[in-house]
Design a protein around this ligand. Structure first.
Ligand SMILES: C[S@@+](CC[C@H](N)C(=O)[O-])C[C@H]1O[C@@H](n2cnc3c(N)ncnc32)[C@H](O)[C@@H]1O
Length: 295
């Protein structure tokens, strides 16, 4: 019979009781807004087995005592990191980058050239592929962007992903599906031991920061462009609605919000954000009724 404290050194997966699973799911939800469906025990075991092994813990009972103790605050953060899903890729959902280039950037380039402040936000940027794709799109259309007040903020809750993003080094395979032109826009031509480095001028446009959507927001905006894609999908409807409303608050009057292709902005916000392209939203134009002129 497998016991909840099965020996990891024997290569066995630790067993997670339903009570322990619910406890972990509740901590994850409180910290991040991410909801785990009942039945996601295997997912939790797969994600946390490495942490237990590294600590030499034989089972989840000891691990849970650690992460809920004051001494385990650091491990609690690592547990949360291990439970986030960070799948991403360069130019994911490419229609968004086409829309950005053709319909959004022309006005923003004029704005910057006239001395305006232009801000992009890749919220939930994971390992950096999204903000670097944004930077490549911007520099393609606006090669001298660095001479103007143009910045990209890239945030995530997962500190390990942020470190990878800041390093800007990717397995050469990461860009294998991209056209040669997009690869050239992203990477330095020199390749080092199977790794490709992001072009320095792209990195220079971006600031990477830790941010948890569930905590008070350290940003006030206004942002001209917000990408928050494929993070809200893991949250419940009420949390998603709050998130969209929070983004709407920091969106510039003429800004564009891009969300993931499987995500939707519910009807409660439809008077404040309208669809302008697949999963891209702007504020509805204020329609001013013509006043009759007294002659
Ligand atoms: C699937 S990735 C999406 C990456 C990228 N936006 C894309 O679409 O390719 C989701 C990211 O959301 C981040 N995330 C999850 N919960 C978060 C929260 N409460 N605050 C900030 N980021 C969060 C995760 O760490 C993860 O990197």
């Amino acid at each position: 019979m497998t016991h909840p404290t099965a020996d990891l050194s024997a290569g066995m997966a630790p067993e997670l009781t339903m009570e322990q699973f619910r406890h972990i799911a509740a901590m994850l939800r409180d910290r991040t807004g991410i909801v785990l469906a009942d039945g996601a025990q295997k997912f939790v075991v797969a994600r946390l087995a490495k942490r237990l092994r590294r600590l030499g813990h034989r089972g989840f009972d000891v691990y849970l005592s650690l992460v809920t103790s004051p001494a385990g605050a650091g491990e609690f953060d690592l547990m949360i990191d291990a439970l986030t899903t960070n799948t991403t890729r360069f130019f994911r959902e490419p229609g968004h980058f086409d829309f950005l280039a053709s319909r959004v950037l022309p006005r923003l380039i004029r704005k910057a050239r006239e001395g305006g402040r232009v801000r992009f936000w890749s919220a939930a940027c994971s390992s950096g592929e999204e903000p670097y794709s944004l930077a490549a799109t911007i520099l393609e259309a606006f090669p001298d962007a660095a001479l103007y007040d143009v910045r990209i903020l890239a945030t995530d809750i997962n500190r390990e992903m942020l470190c990878r993003a800041e390093a800007g080094l990717y397995d050469i395979q990461a860009g294998r599906d991209l056209t040669p032109a997009l690869r050239a826009a992203l990477f330095d031509p020199s390749e080092d031991e199977g790794q490709a480095a992001i072009r320095p001028e792209l990195r220079a446009l971006i600031t990477f920061r830790y941010m948890n959507f569930m905590e008070p927001w350290p940003v006030t905006g206004p942002f001209d462009v917000i990408f928050c894609r494929n993070a809200a999908i893991y949250m419940d409807t009420a949390t998603q609605q709050k998130l969209w409303a929070d983004f709407e608050r920091v969106l510039d009057a003429e800004g564009t919000l891009f969300i993931g292709h499987s995500e939707r902005i519910g009807s409660s916000l439809s008077h404040r954000l309208e669809l302008v392209a697949p999963t891209a939203y702007r504020r509805p134009m204020t329609r001013i009724a013509p006043t009759s002129l007294a002659v």
